[in-house]
Every structure is written in C-alpha cells, then in structure tokens.
Design a protein around this ligand. Structure first.
Ligand code: C5P
Length: 233
C-alpha cells in the first residue's frame, strides 16, 4: 500500500447499526475521506457492510485491534486483509511472535493493506498499567512497543499526534502514524490529548482518524472540505 493512494482522513463510524451508518455514509464522498469500522459496527454488520462501503468507492480502516495467540491472529489478519480493506491493526501487547504472525497472515493474503499496531490505549495511565502488571513510564512503554512493531515489520502505529516527535527518531523513515484525538477547536469530549488536523499533519501524522467532529457536525461534507483544505495548504 502506498500512502498517496489513500485519503488523509478516516472518519470513525462509531454507530451501532447499519441503517444509521448507511444514511450517514450516503452524505459523504470517497474524495473527502476513508471510513473506519470498529468493533461495535463490525460485530453488528460485519463483512456485508464492508462490501457495501467498498462498492460506494470508500477505503476502509478495519479497527478490530486483534490480540490473541499467534496462529489465531495470523488467520484473522489473513481473512481481514482479503476483505479488501486498506488498514488493519493488532495490539503490540500481543508480543513480537503475534505481530510476526499478523505480518505473515497479511503477506499471504491477496491484498496489501497497511498493518499497524496499537501500543498503549489512550484510556490507560501509569496507575492502570501498574494494575495489570506493566511497570514503568508510559512513554517508555509506548516507545518500546513501537520499536517491537517496527521489528516485526509492521507498517506503523496508532498514536496521539503529540507522541510522534517522541517516538519517530527510533523508527524507520517510512513508518506511518495514524492519529485519533483530532479536534477542530477546544472541545475535548473524552479525549485527553487533542490536536488540530493541521498541527497533527505538521507533527508527522500520516492519516487522521476523526469521529465526532465530523459525525456530529450539522454539515459533515462542509466540515470535511474545510479539514482537507486546511491540511492541503
Ligand atoms: O470521536 P473521536 O474523534 O474522539 O473518535 C476517535 C476514534 O478513534 C474512535 O473510534 C476511537 O475509538 C478511536 N481511537 C481513539 N484512540 C485510540 C485508538 C482509537 O480515540 N488510541
């Protein structure tokens, strides 16, 4: 997969049912964005909805964050890649063997999506990491897991745009950074660390995942045109 073949923005389809999702997607155009399908929507509507989205011309990021024994993750990544998606992800906490297996599963598919790792979920802090037995500094843990992902030949990581300068020097030049937590103004919702689209791209983000600023907008197309104009300046 080549970065330039994909839109810079992936809109997070955080809807629970197919009808609401389709009504929303029908307002959009594939020139303006790709679409991110997560666990809730995939569990309710699955591959059938992905096929429908692809028929409408959109690229997809399948955000299922696989984390299981290596063989299971290899098979899941293989099947996911064959859905024709453009990006998929696994948890780096599954370990190097699991990420190697994920890489093999994608390489053996008929498709060539970006395979990226989630390092530490943004819902964690140092106390909650300690609770599950991970000692040490949050940033060092994120850096270590990003390096593990690069060693397993994954294509990139999902991270806050604010983290990119802290991790990128130890990672390959063509490593991609997919950044949620994008806000057009100071509204944080439940995100802790936010950045504007333009600043995220300046910081080195390859793709922006944007949910509520687009899905809750009175005019999602206008909002997407504005963001695209801003990041293409
Ligand atoms: O509405 P909002 O722009 O906050 O949506 C962000 C999307 O990115 C949601 O689908 C959320 O699950 C996802 N995400 C995130 N932080 C991560 C990984 C994914 O917010 N670290």
């Amino acid at each position: 997969m080549n970065n330039n073949q994909l839109p810079k923005i992936f809109v997070a389809l955080d809807f629970g049912d197919e009808d609401t999702t389709k009504t929303f997607i029908k307002k959009l155009s594939p020139d303006l964005c790709g679409l991110k399908v997560g666990k809730e929507l995939f569990t309710s509507s699955g591959p059938r909805l992905i096929k429908w989205i692809h028929e409408k011309g959109f690229s997809t990021f399948l955000d299922l964050k696989f984390h299981d024994i290596p063989t299971t993750v290899k098979k899941a990544c293989h099947v996911a890649a064959n859905l024709g998606i453009s990006i998929l992800n696994v948890h780096a906490l599954g370990g190097s063997k699991m990420m190697d297996a994920a890489r093999e599963g994608v390489n053996e598919s008929d498709n060539n999506p970006f395979l990226v790792a989630v390092t530490i979920l943004t819902s964690h802090d140092e106390d909650s990491l300690k609770e599950i037995g991970i000692q040490g500094n949050l940033q060092q843990t994120i850096n270590k897991l990003a390096i593990d992902a690069a060693r397993a030949k994954l294509d990139g990581i999902v991270c806050s745009a604010q983290d990119i300068p802290l991790v990128k020097d130890t990672l390959p030049d063509n490593f991609i950074f997919i950044t949620p937590g994008i806000r057009l103004n100071d509204e944080k919702d439940d995100q802790k660390r936010i950045m504007t689209p333009k600043d995220a791209i300046k910081n080195g983000a390859s793709f922006l995942v944007i949910g509520r600023p687009v899905t809750l907008s009175d005019d999602p197309v206008k909002t997407l045109i504005k963001i695209n104009d801003e990041i293409n300046l």
